[in-house]
Design a protein around this ligand. Structure first.
Ligand code: NAD
Length: 322
């Protein structure tokens, strides 16, 4: 397939690109390095079927040019501001970097005749639901961050474009995705801070915040599986694992992986039930629809966390991550 991949230098895309190239796809990647990293792209840049374009997806002209050249069979749209805290600090951040960017991608698709879109949404769309695990048809959807509000807006725009312009879309509401080549996130953060200062670790909240952590390969295989097997015009699925891991469990596992003497690390909590405003402290996503389709993750949350910590520590130590 010919694939336009937005957010090509980010965490999920860095893990996705080698898979797309290995299966024979021609990949047209776009990123502005707002959160993504040039070093992560390097291993793909030399590949003859990978083409990279550096610009901000808020700019419609270069985007139209990429679509005209690529004539994509599939648009894999993962670019967004993936850091919730920016959206709290600047109220138009997710509106522009999430919603408007997604509108631009949809409009480029409409103008160029591209018909198929995979979109990375988030379980954050549910806000603080009263039903847990939360199914896709839970409502009313009342997000508590501007990041999640933007994901809801993107989903509704996608649905409207699909129905007006004969497109098809696969929307995946992720749990927390983890694995090698992170750009940010709790594991990245804890490893980095403990390598800088092994004597202490500050944890936001009370450490009981717990989420389903999904290994990035499971996430990518889940999206591929959904794309192949879900046949509606708009397909919307939770993509997660059944178990959760707490922030304290992650901190303890990072300390152990780094080989630190636990008694010499001062772990202190800022307190309160959530890490930051807009953070959903307890997340459980109902994955019955994905499993009914035939998809099964290989790793539990506990295994994904263990494996990722080992990989991220190794990548920091070898200089792949800084
Ligand atoms: N990683 C997770 O746990 C998680 C959970 C739920 C949803 N998601 C969603 O999945 C997608 C990918 O997440 P990720 O963890 O790989 O994030 P990431 O930040 O590592 O990757 C996103 C990439 O998009 C790029 N980008 C952002 N705005 C851009 C713009 N205006 N123009 C060009 N490039 C731009 C960034 O530079 C970055 O490389 C995001 O949409 C995110 O919201 C991720």
């Amino acid at each position: 397939m010919r694939v336009v991949l937005t957010g090509a230098a980010g965490f999920i895309a860095t893990n996705l690109i080698p898979r797309l190239l290995a299966r024979g796809d021609e990949v047209f990647g776009v990123d502005n390095f707002f959160l993504g990293r040039r070093s992560y792209l390097e291993r793909s840049l030399a590949h003859p079927r990978f083409h990279f374009f550096e610009f901000d997806l808020l700019k419609v002209e270069p985007l139209a040019e990429v679509f005209a050249e690529a004539k994509p069979d599939l648009v894999w749209h993962v670019a967004a501001n993936s850091d919730i805290s920016y959206g709290t600090a600047y109220t138009d951040f997710d509106l522009k970097g999430g919603t408007l960017v997604t509108y631009n991608v949809l409009e480029a698709m409409r103008r160029s005749g591209a018909k198929q879109l995979i979109f990375s949404s988030s379980g954050a769309v549910y806000g603080e639901p009263t039903v847990m695990p939360t199914p896709e048809n839970y409502g009313p959807i009342l997000p508590i961050s501007l990041y999640a509000a933007s994901k809801v807006a993107c989903e509704t725009l996608i649905s409207a474009f699909v129905h007006n312009y004969d497109m098809r879309a696969w929307i995946f509401r992720f749990g927390n995705i983890i694995g090698p080549y992170p750009t940010h996130g709790v594991i990245y953060d804890f490893v980095k801070r403990l390598l800088e200062d092994p004597s202490q670790l500050k944890i936001l909240g009370d450490g009981t915040q717990a989420k389903p952590y999904v290994y990035v390969e499971d996430c990518i295989e889940g999206m591929e599986f959904g794309f192949t097997n879900a046949r509606d015009a708009v397909n919307c699925y939770n993509l997660a694992v059944p178990d959760q891991t707490s922030v304290t469990e992650i901190a303890e596992a990072v300390i152990a992986e780094l080989g630190l003497d636990r008694r010499k690390v001062d772990v202190h909590y800022t307190g309160g039930s959530r890490g930051w405003r807009g953070d959903v402290p307890q997340v459980q996503l109902d994955t019955t629809r994905m499993t009914a389709l035939g998809w099964k993750p290989r790793l539990s949350s506990a295994d994904a966390v263990r494996r990722t910590i080992a990989e991220v520590v190794a990548q920091f130590r070898s200089g792949v991550i800084s």
